[in-house]
Design a protein around this ligand. Structure first.
Ligand SMILES: Nc1ncnc2c1ncn2[C@@H]1O[C@H](COP(=O)(O)OP(=O)(O)OP(=O)(O)O)[C@@H](O)[C@H]1O
Length: 249
Protein backbone atom coordinates (compact mmCIF):
# COMPACT_ATOMS: atom_id res chain seq x y z
CA UNK A 1 0.00 0.00 0.00
CA UNK A 2 1.19 3.49 -0.80
CA UNK A 3 2.31 5.32 2.30
CA UNK A 4 2.09 9.04 2.92
CA UNK A 5 3.07 11.46 5.66
CA UNK A 6 2.96 10.15 9.21
CA UNK A 7 -0.47 10.00 10.85
CA UNK A 8 1.08 9.43 14.27
CA UNK A 9 4.47 10.54 15.57
CA UNK A 10 5.50 9.24 18.98
CA UNK A 11 8.60 11.15 20.02
CA UNK A 12 10.65 10.08 23.07
CA UNK A 13 7.60 9.33 25.20
CA UNK A 14 8.03 8.28 28.83
CA UNK A 15 5.38 7.66 31.46
CA UNK A 16 5.92 7.07 35.14
CA UNK A 17 3.43 5.88 37.70
CA UNK A 18 3.75 6.18 41.38
CA UNK A 19 3.48 2.87 43.24
CA UNK A 20 2.13 2.93 46.77
CA UNK A 21 3.78 0.90 49.53
CA UNK A 22 1.34 -0.13 52.21
CA UNK A 23 2.17 0.95 55.72
CA UNK A 24 0.32 1.27 58.96
CA UNK A 25 -0.18 4.86 60.09
CA UNK A 26 2.57 4.38 62.67
CA UNK A 27 5.05 2.95 60.15
CA UNK A 28 4.15 5.69 57.71
CA UNK A 29 4.80 8.35 60.37
CA UNK A 30 8.12 6.83 61.49
CA UNK A 31 9.12 6.38 57.83
CA UNK A 32 8.22 10.00 57.15
CA UNK A 33 10.29 11.30 60.11
CA UNK A 34 13.26 9.27 58.79
CA UNK A 35 12.72 10.64 55.30
CA UNK A 36 11.70 7.26 53.80
CA UNK A 37 9.63 7.28 50.66
CA UNK A 38 6.04 6.00 50.89
CA UNK A 39 5.85 5.73 47.15
CA UNK A 40 8.25 4.71 44.44
CA UNK A 41 8.35 5.65 40.83
CA UNK A 42 7.57 3.03 38.21
CA UNK A 43 8.46 3.60 34.56
CA UNK A 44 5.70 2.22 32.32
CA UNK A 45 7.03 3.79 29.11
CA UNK A 46 10.70 4.44 28.64
CA UNK A 47 11.75 6.84 25.88
CA UNK A 48 9.54 5.29 23.21
CA UNK A 49 9.66 6.67 19.66
CA UNK A 50 7.99 5.51 16.44
CA UNK A 51 5.99 6.87 13.50
CA UNK A 52 2.89 5.38 11.94
CA UNK A 53 2.26 6.33 8.32
CA UNK A 54 -1.17 7.29 7.05
CA UNK A 55 -3.03 4.14 6.02
CA UNK A 56 -0.68 1.88 7.94
CA UNK A 57 -1.90 -0.74 10.41
CA UNK A 58 0.52 -1.44 13.23
CA UNK A 59 0.37 -3.89 16.15
CA UNK A 60 1.82 -3.08 19.56
CA UNK A 61 3.00 -6.38 21.00
CA UNK A 62 4.48 -7.40 24.32
CA UNK A 63 4.00 -9.34 27.53
CA UNK A 64 1.40 -8.30 30.12
CA UNK A 65 2.32 -5.03 31.73
CA UNK A 66 4.81 -4.01 29.05
CA UNK A 67 3.06 -0.67 28.48
CA UNK A 68 0.90 -1.27 25.39
CA UNK A 69 -2.38 0.07 26.76
CA UNK A 70 -0.61 3.01 28.37
CA UNK A 71 0.84 3.89 24.96
CA UNK A 72 -2.60 3.70 23.33
CA UNK A 73 -4.13 5.89 26.02
CA UNK A 74 -1.44 8.52 25.46
CA UNK A 75 -2.00 8.35 21.69
CA UNK A 76 -5.75 8.81 22.18
CA UNK A 77 -5.17 11.82 24.40
CA UNK A 78 -6.90 10.44 27.50
CA UNK A 79 -3.59 10.44 29.37
CA UNK A 80 -0.66 12.88 28.95
CA UNK A 81 2.96 11.67 28.64
CA UNK A 82 5.40 12.76 31.36
CA UNK A 83 8.13 13.32 28.81
CA UNK A 84 8.09 13.49 25.03
CA UNK A 85 5.25 14.25 22.64
CA UNK A 86 2.65 12.49 20.51
CA UNK A 87 1.36 14.09 17.35
CA UNK A 88 -1.72 12.70 15.59
CA UNK A 89 -3.11 13.90 12.28
CA UNK A 90 -6.89 13.74 11.83
CA UNK A 91 -9.73 12.44 13.96
CA UNK A 92 -8.72 9.80 16.45
CA UNK A 93 -11.22 7.28 17.81
CA UNK A 94 -10.18 4.85 20.48
CA UNK A 95 -11.69 1.45 21.14
CA UNK A 96 -9.88 1.50 24.42
CA UNK A 97 -12.26 1.67 27.29
CA UNK A 98 -15.30 0.84 25.21
CA UNK A 99 -18.44 2.21 26.76
CA UNK A 100 -16.56 4.43 29.21
CA UNK A 101 -18.66 7.37 28.05
CA UNK A 102 -21.95 5.49 28.38
CA UNK A 103 -24.38 6.61 31.02
CA UNK A 104 -26.29 3.76 32.73
CA UNK A 105 -29.49 5.77 33.29
CA UNK A 106 -29.80 6.84 29.67
CA UNK A 107 -31.36 4.66 26.98
CA UNK A 108 -29.37 3.05 24.19
CA UNK A 109 -30.66 5.70 21.78
CA UNK A 110 -29.67 8.59 24.08
CA UNK A 111 -26.24 7.08 24.66
CA UNK A 112 -25.60 6.77 20.93
CA UNK A 113 -26.29 10.49 20.49
CA UNK A 114 -24.32 11.47 23.56
CA UNK A 115 -21.26 9.41 22.68
CA UNK A 116 -21.18 10.25 18.99
CA UNK A 117 -21.34 13.92 20.05
CA UNK A 118 -18.46 13.38 22.48
CA UNK A 119 -16.52 11.87 19.58
CA UNK A 120 -17.03 15.10 17.67
CA UNK A 121 -20.12 14.52 15.51
CA UNK A 122 -22.93 16.98 14.89
CA UNK A 123 -26.61 16.10 15.36
CA UNK A 124 -27.38 15.80 11.62
CA UNK A 125 -24.27 13.67 11.09
CA UNK A 126 -25.41 11.31 13.83
CA UNK A 127 -28.95 11.17 12.36
CA UNK A 128 -27.40 10.05 9.08
CA UNK A 129 -25.51 7.08 10.58
CA UNK A 130 -27.88 6.23 13.43
CA UNK A 131 -29.53 3.31 11.61
CA UNK A 132 -26.18 1.83 10.65
CA UNK A 133 -25.01 2.00 14.25
CA UNK A 134 -28.13 0.22 15.51
CA UNK A 135 -28.05 -2.40 12.74
CA UNK A 136 -24.43 -3.22 13.41
CA UNK A 137 -25.02 -3.58 17.14
CA UNK A 138 -28.19 -5.68 16.60
CA UNK A 139 -29.89 -4.29 19.69
CA UNK A 140 -32.84 -2.57 18.01
CA UNK A 141 -35.54 -3.95 20.32
CA UNK A 142 -33.67 -2.66 23.37
CA UNK A 143 -32.93 0.76 21.95
CA UNK A 144 -35.26 2.64 24.27
CA UNK A 145 -34.30 0.74 27.37
CA UNK A 146 -31.79 2.16 29.84
CA UNK A 147 -28.39 0.62 29.22
CA UNK A 148 -28.00 -0.44 32.86
CA UNK A 149 -30.36 -3.31 31.94
CA UNK A 150 -28.22 -4.43 28.99
CA UNK A 151 -26.13 -7.60 29.14
CA UNK A 152 -22.40 -6.85 29.06
CA UNK A 153 -22.25 -8.13 25.46
CA UNK A 154 -25.12 -5.87 24.34
CA UNK A 155 -23.53 -2.90 26.04
CA UNK A 156 -20.19 -3.61 24.38
CA UNK A 157 -21.80 -4.06 20.94
CA UNK A 158 -23.50 -0.70 21.08
CA UNK A 159 -20.47 1.17 22.40
CA UNK A 160 -18.25 -0.52 19.83
CA UNK A 161 -20.68 0.22 17.03
CA UNK A 162 -20.75 3.94 17.89
CA UNK A 163 -16.95 4.11 17.93
CA UNK A 164 -16.45 2.48 14.53
CA UNK A 165 -19.19 4.38 12.75
CA UNK A 166 -18.05 7.87 13.64
CA UNK A 167 -15.91 9.71 11.10
CA UNK A 168 -12.34 8.86 11.93
CA UNK A 169 -8.88 8.83 10.41
CA UNK A 170 -7.05 6.91 13.12
CA UNK A 171 -8.47 3.97 15.02
CA UNK A 172 -6.83 2.73 18.20
CA UNK A 173 -7.98 -0.76 19.18
CA UNK A 174 -7.27 -2.37 22.54
CA UNK A 175 -8.02 -6.07 22.97
CA UNK A 176 -11.77 -5.67 22.91
CA UNK A 177 -12.90 -8.29 20.48
CA UNK A 178 -12.46 -10.91 23.16
CA UNK A 179 -15.75 -9.72 24.73
CA UNK A 180 -18.04 -10.33 21.78
CA UNK A 181 -19.49 -13.66 20.65
CA UNK A 182 -18.14 -15.40 17.54
CA UNK A 183 -20.59 -13.93 14.96
CA UNK A 184 -20.04 -10.41 16.31
CA UNK A 185 -16.26 -10.86 16.29
CA UNK A 186 -16.45 -11.96 12.67
CA UNK A 187 -18.47 -8.86 11.81
CA UNK A 188 -15.89 -6.64 13.51
CA UNK A 189 -13.08 -8.39 11.70
CA UNK A 190 -14.72 -7.60 8.36
CA UNK A 191 -15.32 -4.01 9.46
CA UNK A 192 -11.65 -3.61 10.34
CA UNK A 193 -10.65 -4.98 6.94
CA UNK A 194 -12.98 -2.50 5.31
CA UNK A 195 -11.34 0.32 7.27
CA UNK A 196 -7.88 -0.83 6.20
CA UNK A 197 -9.06 -0.86 2.57
CA UNK A 198 -10.30 2.72 3.12
CA UNK A 199 -6.77 3.71 4.09
CA UNK A 200 -7.57 4.37 7.77
CA UNK A 201 -4.62 4.28 10.13
CA UNK A 202 -4.83 1.66 12.86
CA UNK A 203 -2.88 0.76 15.96
CA UNK A 204 -3.91 -2.56 17.46
CA UNK A 205 -3.06 -4.01 20.86
CA UNK A 206 -3.84 -7.69 21.05
CA UNK A 207 -2.55 -11.02 22.30
CA UNK A 208 -4.47 -12.73 19.47
CA UNK A 209 -1.69 -13.36 16.95
CA UNK A 210 -4.11 -14.59 14.27
CA UNK A 211 -5.99 -11.31 14.36
CA UNK A 212 -2.81 -9.26 14.47
CA UNK A 213 -1.37 -11.17 11.50
CA UNK A 214 -4.50 -10.55 9.51
CA UNK A 215 -4.93 -6.87 10.31
CA UNK A 216 -1.40 -5.51 10.65
CA UNK A 217 1.56 -5.27 8.34
CA UNK A 218 4.00 -4.14 10.99
CA UNK A 219 4.65 -4.98 14.63
CA UNK A 220 6.36 -3.02 17.40
CA UNK A 221 7.45 -5.22 20.30
CA UNK A 222 7.88 -3.57 23.67
CA UNK A 223 9.01 -4.78 27.06
CA UNK A 224 9.00 -2.75 30.27
CA UNK A 225 8.07 0.28 28.21
CA UNK A 226 11.05 0.04 25.84
CA UNK A 227 10.95 -0.74 22.14
CA UNK A 228 12.83 -3.93 21.30
CA UNK A 229 11.71 -4.63 17.76
CA UNK A 230 10.00 -2.73 14.97
CA UNK A 231 9.44 -4.38 11.61
CA UNK A 232 7.32 -6.71 9.47
CA UNK A 233 4.56 -8.42 11.44
CA UNK A 234 5.77 -12.00 10.93
CA UNK A 235 9.22 -11.10 12.23
CA UNK A 236 7.70 -9.19 15.13
CA UNK A 237 5.62 -12.22 16.16
CA UNK A 238 8.67 -14.42 15.83
CA UNK A 239 10.70 -12.03 17.99
CA UNK A 240 7.96 -11.97 20.63
CA UNK A 241 8.25 -15.76 20.95
CA UNK A 242 12.07 -15.76 20.97
CA UNK A 243 14.55 -16.21 23.77
CA UNK A 244 16.03 -12.82 22.86
CA UNK A 245 12.79 -11.16 23.93
CA UNK A 246 12.51 -13.24 27.10
CA UNK A 247 16.03 -12.25 28.11
CA UNK A 248 15.72 -8.62 27.01
CA UNK A 249 16.15 -6.08 29.79
N1 LIG B 1 -3.02 4.36 36.30
C1 LIG B 1 -2.00 3.59 36.65
N2 LIG B 1 -1.40 3.71 37.87
C2 LIG B 1 -0.35 2.95 38.21
N3 LIG B 1 0.21 2.03 37.41
C3 LIG B 1 -0.32 1.86 36.19
C4 LIG B 1 -1.46 2.62 35.75
N4 LIG B 1 -1.76 2.23 34.47
C5 LIG B 1 -0.86 1.27 34.15
N5 LIG B 1 0.00 1.05 35.17
C6 LIG B 1 1.14 0.11 35.16
O1 LIG B 1 1.89 0.31 34.00
C7 LIG B 1 2.36 -0.92 33.47
C8 LIG B 1 1.93 -1.03 32.02
O2 LIG B 1 0.53 -1.27 31.98
P1 LIG B 1 -0.25 -1.45 30.60
O3 LIG B 1 -1.69 -1.62 30.93
O4 LIG B 1 0.13 -0.35 29.68
O5 LIG B 1 0.36 -2.82 30.06
P2 LIG B 1 -0.07 -3.71 28.82
O6 LIG B 1 1.16 -3.96 28.03
O7 LIG B 1 -1.21 -3.11 28.12
O8 LIG B 1 -0.50 -5.05 29.56
P3 LIG B 1 -1.59 -6.19 29.23
O9 LIG B 1 -1.00 -7.04 28.14
O10 LIG B 1 -1.67 -6.92 30.51
O11 LIG B 1 -2.85 -5.50 28.85
C9 LIG B 1 1.79 -2.00 34.36
O12 LIG B 1 2.80 -2.40 35.27
C10 LIG B 1 0.66 -1.33 35.09
O13 LIG B 1 0.50 -1.85 36.39
Amino acid sequence: MEQHQPAIVVDHVSKHFSLKHTHSMKEAFIGWTKGKKLRSDFTALNDLSFDVAEGESVALLGYNGSGKSTMLKIMSGVMPPDEGTVMTRGRVAGLIEVGAGFHPDLTGRENVYLNAAILGMKQHEIDAIFEQIVDFAEIREFLDQEVKYYSSGMFMRLAFSVAIHVELDILLVDEILSVGDAPFREKCRLKFQEMIAQNKTMVVVSHDMEMVRELCGRGIVIKRGKKHFDGPIEQAIEYLGSEDYQLAE
